[in-house]
Write a protein that binds this ligand. Structure first.
Ligand SMILES: Cc1cc2nc3c(=O)[nH]c(=O)nc-3n(C[C@H](O)[C@H](O)[C@H](O)COP(=O)(O)OP(=O)(O)OC[C@H]3O[C@@H](n4cnc5c(N)ncnc54)[C@H](O)[C@@H]3O)c2cc1C
Ligand code: SF4
Length: 522
């Protein structure tokens, strides 16, 4: 096992081993660059995964204390667990569902296309779709996305058939069961999906892409990766010139260490990344590292979400097969005539009975709730995944007094939903009811999704140093050898599930870092 000396200041230190962190680490290792990955959570194997939703949640989910404030559902329904993120090697790519879409070209120009939406902090990305296009292709190949690179789609399950037929009947045309980073056949050392469902528990076949069993072992094979699990980074340090020169972390035994660094990449997901920068304040950076703009922690987005379940006379058994088996794209366009800016995807979705019981309970205990659960086998679900408006006041701050087990101020995640989000949600609910009704649903059940699974923004990309935290390569405007390598970089949310874009950005960023290192600019 490769181990680099803690005083070795030629290494790139990557914080977090999820979609962004492990991808940037793997790409750098393949280029012969020495990398230390520090990951707060433990390292599991596929054999460790539980076939039990509750046990899987308890095993994998980041449960350190957080608070949610504002008017979003998490503030009342999950005030101490508003963000569903994994704390383990592989990060949230263990829990995720594998849906992998490119953002649309116009979404990189959200401010220009949507105009001045009152109360929103819309901005254009400093990069275009064309900048990312080749990296999207590499990401799709790396992750094995169905419907790309000659990779077969999955067979339609019943939940998808409901979505497909209902969508057709109400006039939708762009309906697809492709674009999952889930192997439909053996590929790249990973098994094929056996359609057993419950993908959030961790995939026992290794069919669903996860950095745990793809990027991490590949990077280790190069001999250039030193992965340290159970190591929580407390702060990033800098020299007198303001360049990052090391990180301080605590290991699983509670012992504090310092790792020197030539370059630091932060990829702790969009809550922990800004929190770490804010916690790394110093006399030179009194408001937090890389925060001269005051934008660290701001503009948090998480997608507008809702689920409508249709109840049918005949069994659907939505849980059989992959959890999110297909998507309707017709509403993803920008079309202000619908009464809102931005677009949304309609995704077929299944929840396990445990999760259904949790989200259903939000509507209140009683006969409706129990009969809803009784009808589990007769339900089909459709999910809203829509572009939410960034707002300057939405984001991550540090709690004034409360500390976590590491002695760090806990994060407070504040969200005030924009009226645009409500208008989009209302439109979706009407379309979802029409879609499910068109194929014979006898009853509709609306449930609220509380915990955010898509966390974005908080260290947004900007062309101007005073309007954001990082540039188009994820390099912080203030600290030349400090990069943000996860979804925190997103300038705006886009309507698409974010991980393919995170991975594409990470591949592009690694290429940039390697070029800058060899040019001695880093
Ligand atoms: C249930 C669920 C379903 C999802 N489905 C989809 C989907 O279908 N499609 C899609 O595109 N996205 C999906 N997502 C979202 C997707 O998982 C995330 O977008 C993606 O994993 C984010 O990548 P990341 O690198 O930012 O963070 P993560 O993958 O969450 O990795 C962050 C890592 O950093 C570590 N870390 C944090 N702070 C520190 C610190 N201070 N020191 C050391 N380590 C630290 C964490 O332990 C974690 O391992 C889903 C998420 C969930 C929870
Ligand atoms: S349905 Fe497929 S992707 Fe999901 S957990 Fe099972 S084998 Fe893995």
């Amino acid at each position: 096992m490769t181990q680099f000396d803690k005083s070795d200041d030629s290494v790139v230190v990557v914080i977090g081993s999820g979609a962004g962190g492990a991808t940037v680490a793997h790409e750098l290792c393949e280029k012969g660059i020495k990398v230390v990955v520090l990951e707060a959570g433990p390292r599991f194997t596929i054999d460790d995964f539980h076939n039990n939703e509750l046990a899987a949640y308890q095993q994998l989910t980041w449960a350190d204390k957080r608070y949610a404030t504002g008017d979003w559902p998490a503030a009342t329904l999950a005030p101490e667990g508003p963000n569903w993120i994994v704390k383990a090697v592989g990060g949230s790519t263990i829990h995720w569902n594998g849906l992998s879409f490119r953002a649309q070209p116009h979404e990189f120009k959200a401010r220009t296309v949507y105009g001045d939406v009152d109360g929103a902090s819309l901005a254009d990305w400093p990069i275009t779709y064309d900048d990312l296009d080749p990296y999207y292709s590499r990401a799709e190949d790396k992750m094995g996305v169905t419907g790309t690179h000659g990779i077969e789609r999955h067979p339609p399950n019943n939940n998808y058939k409901v979505l497909y037929n209902g969508a057709k009947r109400i006039g939708y045309k762009q309906i697809s069961n492709a674009r999952q980073a889930i192997n439909s056949e053996f590929r790249d050392g990973r098994g094929a999906c056996i359609q057993m469902g419950f993908c959030n528990q961790g995939c026992k076949m290794g069919a669903k892409w996860s950095t745990l069993y793809s990027e991490i072992p590949k990077a280790e094979e190069t001999g250039n990766l030193d992965l340290r699990s159970g190591c929580m980074v407390l702060r990033i340090e800098h020299d007198k010139a303001g360049k990052a020169n090391g990180v301080v972390y605590v290991d699983a035994d509670g012992v504090e260490h310092r790792q020197s660094a030539r370059v630091v990449c932060v990829a702790g997901n969009s809550i922990e990344t800004p929190r770490l920068l804010l916690n790394s304040n110093s006399s030179m950076f009194p408001d937090g590292l890389a925060n001269s703009s005051g934008e660290v922690g701001r503009n948090y987005t998480r997608h507008v979400g809702a689920i409508v379940f249709g109840e049918f006379d005949k069994p659907v058994n939505m849980h059989r097969g992959i959890t999110v088996p297909g998507t309707v794209f017709d509403e993803a366009r920008s079309d202000p005539s619908r009464g809102f800016a931005g677009g949304y995807l309609i995704e077929a979705v299944s929840l396990g009975l445990t999760n259904l019981a949790v989200v259903g309970d939000a509507s209140g205990w009683g006969k409706d709730y129990t009969s809803f659960l009784e009808k589990y086998s007769h339900l089909a679900g459709v999910l809203l995944n829509g572009e939410d408006m960034p707002r300057s006041q939405n984001g991550v701050t540090l709690h004034d007094t409360e500390r976590d087990q590491y002695g760090l101020p806990i994060p407070v995640i504040h969200v005030e939903e924009h009226d645009n989000d409500h208008a989009m949600s209302k439109h979706f609910k009407g379309q979802a009811e029409a879609l499910l009704g068109a194929v014979g649903a006898t009853k509709m059940h609306h449930v609220v999704t509380a915990a955010a699974t898509h966390n974005m923004g908080t260290c947004r990309m900007s062309a101007d140093a005073d309007k954001g935290v990082v540039d188009g390569f994820g390099r912080t405007h203030d600290v030349s050898n400090l990069f943000v390598s996860d979804g925190s970089q997103f300038t705006t949310a886009t309507a698409e599930n974010p991980t393919l874009t995170i991975v594409a950005l990470a591949i592009r960023q690694a290429e940039h870092i390697a070029a800058e290192m060899s040019a001695k600019n880093l």
